[in-house]
Structure formats: structure tokens, C-alpha cells
Design a protein around this ligand. Structure first.
Ligand code: FES
Length: 158
């Protein structure tokens, strides 16, 4: 079960202020928060606006432009399925269908209850091993649809 943000505004402020680079932007600040707490809680939008002396609307504009930002707490497991060109040629669409079926999803997204999220990725950086999936940042190459489905189903065994 996913839970809301349980940290403090101080944690968010520290993540934003701790950026080591010389140029701090709204984008870099949002990235710093997501790296620190896994997503962008509403409080983070306010803190980034305050730190960068912009408005909440401006910060939301940046946050909503980039699809890699999460505004919900992360799920327990993170599944990514590559459907990039190389993996596509090597059968990725059958793997995509198997993973979605195992997760009980129609398309990419979060499984209700927050146990896992399934995202499509345009390249997981292991093209020679295609088709490729990633589960909790561990890569599985030359994966068959059946194997991919079994790996994802295991996430729901408890
Ligand atoms: S295209 Fe799938 S890993 Fe690169």
C-alpha cells in the first residue's frame, strides 16, 4: 500500500539546498527532491518555488512537462519494459503484453494498491540483450514473454 509523504519540509529544503552544482534551477531542484524522496510531494513544489524565487505555477509547469517526475509516492516495485527499436524488432511487444497481463494492467501505470508500477522505456541501455525488462533496477535480457510474465507475477506472491 502506498503512503503519502511522511518526511518533513526540512528534508525537502535540505535536498534542494544540497545541490552541489553552481547553477540551481527549478528542474535541478525538482530532480534533487525526487532523488531524495522518490517523488514530488506537493510540499516540494512549494519549497522549490520558494528556493528558486518562482511561482508554484511555474514549478508545476516544469514538473508536469517531464514525464519522469512522479507526483505520487513510488510503488513497492518498479517494472520497466523496453519497447525501443532494437527490442521491438526482437519481440518486445509480446513481452509488453505479458508483463501488463501479469500486472493486471491495460497500459503502463501503477497497479491499484501500489505494489508495482509498470512503465514502458525507449531504451534500457542493453540493446544487444533485447528484449529487455528491468525489475527494481535489475536487468533481464533476452527475456521471453513467458519468463517476463513469471518474473512480474512473483512480485505479487506474498
Ligand atoms: S532498445 Fe531495448 S535496451 Fe535499447
Amino acid at each position: 500500500m502506498k503512503e503519502g509523504f511522511r518526511g518533513t519540509r526540512e528534508e525537502l529544503k535540505e535536498a534542494i539546498a544540497a545541490q552541489p552544482q553552481g547553477t540551481v534551477t527549478v528542474l535541478s531542484s525538482l530532480l534533487a527532491v525526487q532523488d531524495a524522496v522518490g517523488y514530488l510531494p506537493g510540499e516540494a513544489i512549494e519549497e522549490v518555488a520558494s528556493y528558486t524565487q518562482t511561482t508554484v505555477n511555474d514549478v508545476w509547469g516544469v514538473a508536469s512537462f517531464y514525464t519522469n517526475f512522479r507526483v505520487d509516492p513510488p510503488c513497492s516495485h518498479n517494472v520497466e519494459v523496453c519497447w525501443g527499436a532494437t527490442c521491438h524488432v526482437l519481440g518486445a511487444m509480446k513481452v509488453v503484453r505479458a508483463v501488463l497481463e501479469a500486472a493486471g494492467l491495460e497500459s503502463e501505470g501503477d497497479v491499484p494498491g501500489g505494489n508495482a508500477s509498470v512503465r514502458l522505456n525507449t531504451c534500457l541501455g542493453a540493446c544487444s540483450q533485447g528484449p529487455v525488462i528491468s525489475i527494481d533496477h535489475g536487468l533481464y535480457g533476452k527475456v521471453s514473454p513467458g519468463e517476463a510474465g513469471r518474473l512480474v507475477s512473483k512480485l505479487f506472491d506474498a
